[in-house]
Design a protein around this ligand. Structure first.
Ligand code: TXA
Ligand code: MG
Length: 337
């Protein structure tokens, strides 16, 4: 059975945090909110619990996990080598939506990083997440709390949709604020490189430590180095077609016509003036922040509504939150890396 605990105010609901921490300490799995998406947490030093994370998510065994910490001292107990630039980034952006890939300490169970000599580490900015890590007294591995390939959960109800009965407890801390996963920066292969764009942008990183490898702009044609990136991700069950190019509106209309009247088609629009007939038209929001916060929720909602086809307007971008949104859209449509 999966227990659901609602927490509104961490300052006065410490006993609930303690209850969740007790589940972690005895090797259980607890889903909890972070500022990006909900994570599925387990004690990073309990190999059986870590293995269970892979099995309940249906996660491929070669896709390593992120270790979540609540204080800077723990960083040096998990990473063998923290280059000065990595230290600058964590001082500047932690707690926050930034994950660093570093050389790992041998004490960590190999399952944590799928047998790689490296480890991904992040300090989340959500008080419930930080409280849980502190109360558990151990770093937590925490992938996004969805079934593998599904959109990451931005609400506790999304976690229940995917994992009810498979995990021990969920802390419901409301909607997550960012809505998409952290930026992953690799420090283990020469100059720092962004493996997954997130809310800490290339410009933010370059302002702190100077130029990233290949501009850090994560061009579509670059080979992914993050093992997880080769899998389909963030995807609705319904087929999603991503339109491209300047004439995308014409392209959307053609696709609606091709689908025919008997198919239920949804269009996700990012331009507030876009109008299309014969479809369920969803305007995803007028700012990047809103789009980031809503997109995965929209994907899940369209699946529930029994739509046959989703068509999305393009969202091309080279920096800022838009780069993160464009990356997730491409991956959801199966056209990313
Ligand atoms: O915002 C986030 O990062 C969320 C919340 C819960 O913190 N977590 C998250 O975890 O998105 P997950 O497991 O869904 O994604 C982790 C990503 C994957 O793309 C994985 O391949 C990459 O980080 N990663 C983890 N360890 C790595 C390593 N040692 N080397 C390269 N990439 C790594
Ligand atoms: Mg994930």
């Amino acid at each position: 059975m999966t227990v659901v605990l609602k927490i509104k105010n961490t300052a006065i609901e410490q006993e609930k945090i303690a209850q969740a921490a007790a589940v972690i300490k005895r090797g259980g799995l607890v889903a909890f909110p972070t500022e990006t998406v909900y994570g599925l947490g387990a004690d990073a030093f309990n190999p059986a619990a870590v293995k269970r994370i892979y099995s309940v998510k249906g996660r491929p065994g070669d896709n390593p996990l992120i270790v979540h910490i609540a204080d800077f001292a723990t960083l040096d107990s998990l990473a063998r080598l923290v280059p000065p630039e990595a230290r600058i980034l964590c001082k500047r952006f932690w707690p926050g939506p930034l994950t660093l890939v570093l050389q790992r300490m041998r004490q960590l169970p190999p399952e944590v990083s799928a047998g790689l000599p490296t480890v991904a580490i992040r300090m989340p900015a959500n008080p419930i997440a930080l409280g849980l890590i502190r109360a558990a007294g151990t770093p937590l591995v925490a992938p996004s709390a969805n079934l593998s390939s599904r959109p990451s959960p931005t609400r506790a109800s999304h976690v229940l949709e995917d994992l009810r009965g498979l995990i021990d407890l969920i802390i419901d801390g409301g909607k997550t604020t960012i809505g998409m996963e952290s930026t992953v920066v690799d420090f283990t292969a020469g100059s720092p490189r962004i493996l997954r764009p997130g809310a800490v942008t290339p410009a933010d990183i370059e302002a702190a430590i100077g130029l990233l490898a290949s501009g850090g702009k994560l061009k579509g044609e670059e080979r992914p180095k993050s093992p997880g990136m080769k899998y389909r991700h963030y995807a609705p069950r319904t087929r999603l077609i991503l339109t491209e190019g300047e004439n995308f509106q014409e392209n959307v209309r053609q696709l609606i016509a091709q689908a025919g009247k008997e198919k239920k088609v949804a269009v996700i629009a990012f331009h507030k003036d876009s109008r299309y007939d014969d479809c369920l038209l969803i305007h995803a929001g007028s700012s990047s922040r809103t789009v980031a916060r809503r997109l995965f929720d929209i994907f899940r909602d369209l699946d529930k509504r029994g739509v046959d086809l989703i068509i999305a307007e393009p969202y091309p971008a080279t920096d800022g939150l838009d780069l993160m949104i464009w990356d997730r859209l491409k991956k959801a449509a199966g056209s990313g890396n």
